[in-house]
Design a protein around this ligand. Structure first.
Ligand SMILES: Nc1ncnc2c1ncn2[C@@H]1O[C@H](COP(=O)(O)OP(=O)(O)OP(=O)(O)O)[C@@H](O)[C@H]1O
Ligand SMILES: [Mg+2]
Length: 455
């Protein structure tokens, strides 16, 4: 097997003998191995030292293997998990496989079995990594220089104009707006439009960083800086050198990190945790938040001096409900994209579907619209997306047109929506509607609701 030394393996087992013997076995074969005696230790390790393959014992005191697997999936979705299980407990292994584990081996561990599983998993990892790289390249080519910011409302025209103007400068930008309004999209557009476009845009998710790890995440650390720092690691500041540093959810950082950040932004020089060398860094800062930072300053949750650093240029993304004219454009944009990627025929919205989309409030903004369209493209096999292909709250929303409706019209529409929401499952729809199946079938006939969605 090639490039073994690039494959990093983390062994999690509460039995020291198992850890030691596996470590020895892998080290002999030239793999990069670390171990942890339990779930919490494994997660802490992962945060500072990414792993490609995890071998996880199912039965451990405290956090068990299944729970750990679930958390690893969130913390390191790209890692491949292999479960170690007692021969007698193969049914738990099956559960693990269903939850996304790649394979399992049984205790007592047979070296041949282990060798086979590992080499298969390492090959799988390589392919997966290759795939991600290819996809990123394809996406970059497809997007051209700038990701497209769709919308022709005056507010979005202004956002595009600001984005293009600011991109050419090296100024700090603060992007505000509710969740799902396109803050990250605009940040990417600014980066792509800037002279730093050929370097990376490095994202820091300020809301997702556990307090104990944030320093090393931002500044990196030297080998041996703290227990668990087995290797030297570069932080986000260094990784963004020459490029753009994107602080997502900046309103959520702790008071202590605000001070660290302020210093780094002013000095443009950092020191790794446990290190002494001063490293100059050159980056452009973009920050985003769904919070009202000025208010956070008033409430003494956000430092005024840091607020000034970020608040040089502000781009405000309006909620989708305040710009209904953008909805058809965005919906059509997503429809084309999903139909192409899923190879579907759907190419337009029925007028009633568009009406419902425009009448809806969109608490999740553009992201919610994107998800609704994706779901509709999956459900619809024809060319037109109808109201019944939309999620229930949107489908069952305001009736089309200003005229009052008859009870029969409302009943017809509601049955269509519920059938759409249950993907045509009559039994489930009848249960939701509180009527029996026979009655529902007779109403389906009465209103002539298309057969293909009443399977
Ligand atoms: N104007 C737009 N044109 C095209 N796509 C858009 C637009 N606005 C948002 N999107 C898409 O909607 C999705 C959500 O946008 P994005 O992730 O940028 O939102 P966000 O404001 O960062 O949300 P959150 O606060 O939840 O992180 C993305 O897939 C993005 O590409
Ligand atoms: Mg975001």
């Amino acid at each position: 097997m090639d490039d073994i030394s690039n494959t990093r393996i983390l062994i999690v087992d509460d039995e020291q003998v198992v850890r030691d013997s596996l470590r020895e076995w892998f080290a002999e074969d030239g793999y990069h191995v670390t171990t942890a005696a339990g779930g919490v230790e494994a997660l802490t390790r992962l945060a500072t030292e990414p792993a490609d393959l995890l071998l996880i014992d199912i039965k451990m005191p405290g956090m068990d293997g299944l729970e750990l697997q679930r958390r690893v999936k969130q913390a390191a979705p790209e890692a491949t998990v292999i479960i170690i299980t007692a021969y007698a407990a193969v049914d738990t292994a099956v559960q693990a496989l269903k939850a996304g584990a790649y394979d399992y081996i049984t205790k007592p561990i047979d070296p041949d079995d282990l060798a086979r599983v590992i080499s298969k998993a390492a090959a799988h990892q390589r392919l997966a990594r290759e795939n991600v790289r290819l996809r990123e390249r394809i996406d970059a080519i497809a997007e051209g220089d700038m990701p497209e910011i769709v919308g022709d409302s005056p507010a979005m025209d202004e956002v595009r104009r600001m984005t293009a103007t600011i991109a050419e400068t090296d100024a700090t930008v603060l992007i505000t707006g509710e969740s799902g309004t396109g803050k990250e999209l605009v940040a990417r557009a600014i980066h792509r439009g800037s002279h730093r476009r050929n370097m990376s845009m490095v994202s820091v998710n300020c809301a997702g960083l556990p307090e104990g790890l944030i320093e090393s995440e931002l500044f990196g650390h030297e080998k041996g800086a703290f227990t668990g720092a087995t290797y030297q690691r570069k932080g986000k500041f260094e990784l963004a050198d020459g490029g753009t540093l994107f602080f997502d959810e900046i309103g959520d950082i702790s008071a202590k990190t605000q001070i660290d950040l302020l210093r780094a932004l002013d000095d443009k020089r950092i020191t790794r945790v446990g290190g002494t060398r001063v490293i100059p860094v050159d980056f452009r800062v973009i920050a985003a938040t769904h919070r009202d930072l000025a208010r956070a300053v008033e409430e003494e949750e956000f430092r005024l001096d840091l607020f000034y650093r970020f608040n040089v240029f502000t781009i405000e993304l309006p909620p989708l409900r305040t710009r209904p004219s953008d909805i058809p454009l965005l919906a059509q944009h997503f429809l084309q994209r999903f139909a192409r990627s899923m190879n579907r025929r759907a190419n337009h919205f029925a007028p009633e579907a568009l009406q419902r989309l425009q009448a809806y409030e969109w608490p999740g903004n553009v992201r919610e619209l994107e998800n609704a369209v994706e779901r509709a493209v999956v459900l619809q096999r024809g060319e037109a997306i109808g109201p019944q292909d939309l999620p229930l709250p949107i489908c069952a929303g305001e009736p089309p047109g200003p005229e009052p409706q008859t009870l029969a019209e409302i009943e017809h529409r509601h049955i269509e929506c519920v059938l759409g929401a249950t993907a045509g499952n009559v039994s489930r729809a009848a249960r939701i509607l509180g009527i029996d199946r026979v009655t529902l079938y007779s109403k389906i006939r009465k209103y002539d609701i298309p057969r293909q969605r009443t399977s």
